[in-house]
Design a protein around this ligand. Sequence first.
Ligand SMILES: Cc1ncc(COP(=O)(O)O)c(C=O)c1O
Length: 504
Amino acid sequence: MNCATRLVELFGSQAEVARRFRLDRAVVNHWIKSGYVPARWAMEVEQVTGGQIAAVDVLNEATARKPLKLKSRPDGDNDFANASGSDFMDKYAPSKRINSFHPPQRTLMGPGPTEIHPRVLTTMSQPAIGYLDPIFVEMMEELKALLRYTYQTKNPLTFPVSGPGSVGMEYCFVNMVAPGDKVIVCRNGVFGGRMIENVERAGGIPVVVEHEWGEPVDPQKLEDALKKNPDVRVVAFVHAETSTGVLSDAKTLVEIAHKHDALTIVDTVTSLGGSPVLVDEWKIDAAYSASQKCLSCTPGLSPVTFSERVVDYVKARKDKIHSWFMDMNLLLGYWGETTRTYHHTAPTNSLFALHEALLLIREEGLENAWARVNRHHTALKAGLEAMGLKFLVKEPYQIPQMNAVRCPEGINEAEVRKTLLNEFGLEIGAGLGPLAGKIWRFGLMGYSCRPDNVMLCLSALGSVMEDMGYPVHVGDAEGAAHAAYASMHATAAQAKKRKPAKAA
Ligand SMILES: Cc1ncc(COP(=O)(O)O)c(C=O)c1O
């Protein structure tokens, strides 16, 4: 009998082992499944069992099952040696044995990527088909329609660019900024900084409207900058700044830009699918997003949408757009309304996945998805605040799906994240740029935005901080989250009662 099973026999159940070691039950279950207790628990096992299981037994067993120190195998153990029978080619073969990759199951509560719904994963593993196959082309039309729903727009040019969010960002700047164009970028975090890089690389002249990190974009500052620079052609800003967790008032900012006759580029990477993004109502000219955040799909696709005004503007450009791959006029031939000609090999299976992910949003309903994010944000926030943690951003501007809190004084924040990952399989985000080492970021995006994740996160974080000597009571955090859920359920039940019954 191995040490993991001996522990369960000794304490009666996996749940009781988890309680004694202050671990999540999933961790103990993993020990049982893998047939050993990891070496780093050896001393604690001896202590908790009062010597009934010796540390040395745990160590011997763990070392036999998982020889940590072994960096490479001797030739005799190399399963690939001479596999092809050609010494000439084998000199380029990896010297180390490589097995199929099986990632562990993680709970993803960082700034993205998120967990992926099983339906999306299944769809992604369907057989490959050609990107001009009539069945695929039919799916592309549905995909565009589902994206229009998610963006709340009738823009015909709404489609996923092949590439992550940064490619969607670059796509907007490359097409909409000609050399010499003046562009206002409102910077209040990392991604505003990336926009400035894009303006410069497109040959434009950036006018930067600076903000404190953690503050929303100030409409008055934008208005002042536009008055000072009446020749500005484009205004760009990040709707939901992932690096700080702050949401800006996109509708007002777009209104101001239009008053001064400038086009707008809006980054909706973290907002799309998690908070309202109303492209037509707010009259946004160009927006881009990313598949791996609130859309909860595999990374590598960037949904974009462009108004007719932008399409006409790009078509009328006299200069050659500086990127072949990103030239909107060329890509229209593949994603446009009428023609379907080869532009590049589309990532077909990822596009199947995005279709399914958007279908899930359509089935849930956008407003219900936003409400779900708000509900779990309220509970998570109640729990984090009960542990004494403070949000970086003031309440009215907090992005519910991106919760940034200040790390407590004196705590080793990197160690906390490492322990959460190693012992609870839970990923949370670190601070970026000037906020590195100062904040943690808890994502509640897409399929990761679930009550079980909220509760796991609070209990795991609480127990890790408590272990490190920080004075928190895990029970208080869990209690506060439960109370928040209970109060929201009660309010929802009251509201349901008050609703007049529909006429038969
Ligand atoms: C607001 C924002 N913009 C742009 C990006 C870049 O997206 P990607 O990492 O998919 O290239 C990110 C990524 O986190 C983001 O949060």
